[in-house]
Design a protein around this ligand. Structure first.
Ligand code: NAD
Length: 517
């Protein structure tokens, strides 16, 4: 059963919000402005990762229901795409206010279904809210290009929406990533079908209701639940013009390969292996706190988690102190006061993470701090893995794969050049950070390290939404990244008009067949 704190949160969330429940009922679809119970035959269970209590079931949306969502989004597009930009801006103003107001409820739903701590869940909502806030600036950010080419000729470039778009989102940021699309797809005049992670659908349902209250008309945002079959329908439906995907490599590559040959625009943020390069001249306290926070926060289930620490030269002497800081972190249920790490998402994830830790020993590496078999007396059935520090070399499985758990892999390097070579040999390119007090070291790292998001004494260098998400290499597929200026590019297409208004007496009476210049 749920803990008393979780039970209270579950009752609050279930009684206040129409589309979601955390007391064992069914999660609704949201189609054409209606929260509807699916007629699905197959339902997927969502369990509290701290206790395994059944919170809700999620439908594998039927083909008919999916078609209704596409139809609703197609119909709504006809009018929404023609609303004035000020009206869409006003909806964003209202939405940012409502999200701020109801952020605790969204966070509670996240803690219940996903397991992260309440403070961390509020950060999840907060980072999504920032994208909504920047979307309120649309009347400036979407200003187009116009040039008086000559006295009688103007060229003007419009930015038009694409049509019906879709977002397929992962379990680890159930609010933030949904808000990236909910804000940017709609403020630019598109309509949207969201297929949230089947493991934590609640935040999306609350967001859908807030969108409705903010004045998003029926059909502009729709939510359909499910897993691979529903995703495949999104890839295949000709009415859907663009897909924004965030998640693991396997699903992302599948979606990209299935949808792009059909002419769809796809942006896919994928997995990661983010390195911290720790130089001996760094501020020790700042570095160790930052590395421990970014390796173990959210139980390591962030695509920007720091999962590799490269200690350069004598910085190795700090390893014992890093381990001490990791040991101090408290593992417990996400609602409990003082919890640093909640459970991982599922028993299968716990088994997978523990087998990666075992693989380090099997391959000749060392487990310096072992989080396997972590138990929390108040939560005997939780999927807990304690902070884990392993020492490995780059040929080992635990180094090469994304573990997606609270496991920090330590590798060593003699020089900054060696460390940068390690970072660049990795197939992923989401983020990398350097910890140093030397400007020239920082500058060299910034220029030479290949990942798309660089931190200098910053462990989680996720760009604020006026910049783009800029992961690269194996961490991204597509051409146009998420949010920032790119986000507007992703959700718009350009149409350029050239007009000629010569004075009547300036026009001759013979046709010209040359290519006009
Ligand atoms: P996931 O790939 O299992 O699921 C993501 C989405 O894809 C879900 O909506 C799911 O229903 C769908 N899906 C899963 N398998 C599918 C399949 N075989 N066919 C079609 N659709 C499928 O990812 P997850 O476990 O929910 O999230 C964790 C992953 O997401 C990690 O790899 C993490 O690095 C990545 N992630 C990346 C970023 C980023 O910005 N780069 C951000 C967050 C998470």
């Amino acid at each position: 059963t749920l803990s008393p704190l979780a039970l209270k949160a579950a009752e609050e969330v279930s009684s206040k919000w129409r589309g979601t429940t955390a007391t064992g009922g069914k999660t609704m679809n949201y189609i054409g402005g209606e929260f509807t119970e699916s007629k699905a035959e197959k339902w997927l269970e969502v369990r509290d990762p701290s206790t395994q209590t059944l919170l809700t079931t999620v439908p594998e949306t039927t083909a008919d229901e999916f078609a209704q969502a596409v139809e609703a989004a197609s119909q709504a597009y006809k009018t929404w795409s023609k609303t004035s930009i000020m009206r869409r801006q006003r909806v964003m103003f209202e939405l940012q206010h409502l999200i701020r107001q109801h952020s605790p409820d969204i966070a509670k739903s996240i803690v219940l279904e996903q397991g992260k701590t309440f403070a961390d869940a509020q950060g999840d909502v907060g980072r999504g809210l920032q994208v909504v806030e920047t979307a309120t600036a649309i009347t400036s950010t979407l200003l187009g290009d116009k040039l008086e080419v000559s006295q009688d000729m103007d060229t003007f470039s419009r930015r038009l929406p694409l049509g019906v778009t879709a977002a397929i989102t992962p379990f680890n940021f159930p609010a933030m990533i949904v808000l990236w699309s909910a804000a940017l797809a709609t403020v630019t005049g598109n309509t949207l079908i969201v297929k949230p992670s089947e493991r934590d659908p609640g935040a999306t349902m609350i967001i859908a209701e807030l969108c409705e209250r903010a004045g998003v008309p029926p059909g502009v945002i729709n939510v359909v639940h499910g897993s691979a079959p529903t995703v495949n329908r999104i890839c295949d439906d000709p009415a859907i013009k663009a897909i924004s995907f965030v998640g693991g490599d396997k699903a992302g590559k599948h979606i990209y390969d299935r949808a792009t040959p059909l002419g769809k625009r796809v942006q896919a943020n994928l997995g990661a292996k983010n390195h911290a390069v720790i130089m001996p001249d760094a501020n020790k306290n700042l570095t160790l706190n930052a590395v421990a926070g970014a390796a173990f926060g959210a139980a390591g289930q962030r695509c920007m988690a720091l999962s590799v620490a490269i200690f350069v030269g004598t910085a190795r002497e700090w390893i014992p102190e890093l381990i001490e800081r990791a040991k101090e972190l408290k593992v417990s249920g996400g609602f409990e006061e003082g919890t640093d790490l909640g459970p991982v998402i599922s028993p299968e994830a716990k088994t997978r993470i523990e087998s990666y830790i075992a693989s380090v020993e099997e391959e000749g590496g060392k487990v310096l701090l072992d989080g396997r078999g972590c138990t929390v007396p108040e939560y005997p059935h939780g999927n807990f893995v304690g902070p884990t520090v392993v020492e490995a070399v780059t040929t080992m499985k635990a180094y090469k794969d994304e573990i997606f758990g609270p496991v920090l892999t330590i590798v060593s390097a003699d020089t900054l050049d060696d460390a940068i070579a390690i970072v660049n040999a990795n197939r992923y390119g989401n983020g990398a950070s350097v910890f140093t007090n030397s400007g020239s070291t920082a500058r060299k790292f910034e220029l030479e390290a290949e990942p798309g998001q660089i931190g200098v004494n910053v462990a989680v260098p996720v760009p604020l939404p006026m910049f783009n998400w800029s992961g690269n290499k194996g961490s991204f597929k597509g051409d146009i990244p998420f949010y920032g200026k790119s986000g507007l590019d992703f959700y718009t297409q350009r149409k350029t008009t050239t007009s000629l208004w010569p004075a009547a007496d300036a026009v001759g009476n013979r046709a010209s067949v040359h290519m006009p210049q």
